[in-house]
Design a protein around this ligand. Structure first.
Ligand SMILES: Nc1nc2c(ncn2[C@@H]2O[C@H](COP(=O)(O)OP(=O)(O)O)[C@@H](O)[C@H]2O)c(=O)[nH]1
Ligand SMILES: [Mg+2]
Length: 303
């Protein structure tokens, strides 16, 4: 009853209630969001790409007449980010390790990648400690055979954590160190091998070739890219470089204890489509926090 009348009535009211945001209105709001993203240390290229995407998705759509344009744009942006993090997915390393050990009876191999100074070696130790606490056996391989002191640094961490380190001399082929690690882990029925690597050579090309060789020789189950959360734009170009030339499966962002803005995580997930697994929260072995996407988005968008 009254169906037609109801329909006619609702058409009138929606015409009254809805409006299209004007281009000027949108431009201004979208620009303001772009600035806030950049101020939160989101890489410039990512801030631009995100806001262009938001603008496209809002342009031409009808919104409630009383709607605040910045709320409309903010909601779209939140949805886009949520979508990027959902697509990147999440990884349960502990479950994956157990699964491989159970099904194949072989060690799970994790390869670390990243530029010098980002916190690779420290994070290898933190992750080893984390996995050990989950009841897994772990061995580390000192694949940075370039940087003076790198082998001792890892050996010292491992000593404190009562873990074995497989190493060779400086100048040795890191792929061979990785292979030694695999052989050791297989022979000792170790659940997981974590391979540390170098982060600087004469050229990026050199470094990428060396990492690609380790990947070929060792065939890791998981490649973790480590980035310093404080380095914003740089972290993203490094992520792109490693993703393109070597490939990685997930990222760890270090020094998040000193980073109040959080833009690097967003930038890396958005550009590479790979999940962030952990945040480094300090220099202690326990300062490794599993990444919580919802908590992260909440704190980024509702500071
Ligand atoms: N505050 C803080 N410092 C960190 C974190 N992770 C690593 N570092 C420090 O960063 C410096 C470089 O770390 P290192 O592991 O040697 O980096 P690598 O060159 O990539 O192997 C060291 O002084 C670490 O103690 C972190 O999550 N928070
Ligand atoms: Mg190192």
């Amino acid at each position: 009853m009254f169906e037609r009348l109801k329909q006619a009535f609702s058409a009138v009211t929606s015409a009254v209630k809805e409006k299209q945001l004007s281009e000027e209105e949108l431009d201004k709001v979208v620009f303001d969001f772009q600035i806030s993203l950049i101020e939160s240390d989101v890489a410039q290229s990512v801030a631009e790409a995100l806001t262009t995407e938001v603008q496209k998705s809002v342009t031409g759509t009808k919104v409630d007449r009383s709607a605040d344009p910045s709320e409309v744009v903010g909601q779209r942006l939140t949805a886009l980010l949520q979508d990027a993090f959902t697509k990147a997915g999440s990884v349960d390393l502990v479950a994956n390790i157990r699964e491989k050990v159970k099904s194949k009876g072989e060690p799970y191999v994790i390869l670390f990648l990243g530029i010098n100074g980002t916190g690779k070696t420290t994070t290898v130790a933190k992750l080893a400690s984390y996995l050990k606490k989950q009841g897994l056996s772990v061995v580390c391989a000192a694949g940075d055979t370039h940087r003076p002191g790198a082998i001792e640094q890892l050996t010292e961490h491992a000593g404190r954590l009562a873990l074995k380190v497989v190493s060779q001399r400086y100048g040795a082929d890191p792929a061979a160190v990785g292979r030694d690690g695999v052989l050791y882990a297989k022979a000792h029925h170790t659940d997981c091998l974590i391979i540390d690597t170098a982060g600087r050579m004469q050229t990026n090309q050199n470094l990428m070739e060396e990492m690609a060789k380790i990947v070929r020789v060792v065939a890791p189950d998981f490649r973790i890219f480590v980035a310093d959360a404080l380095t914003g734009n740089d972290a993203v170009s490094q992520a792109e470089l490693f993703n393109q030339h070597v490939g990685f499966d997930g990222a760890i962002l270090t020094k998040a204890d000193a980073d109040v803005r959080g833009g690097a995580a967003l930038s890396i997930v958005y550009t590479t489509g790979k999940p962030v697994l952990f945040l480094g929260m300090g220099q202690g072995y326990d300062d490794l926090a599993p990444f919580d996407t919802q908590k992260f988005l909440d704190s980024l968008l509702n500071p």
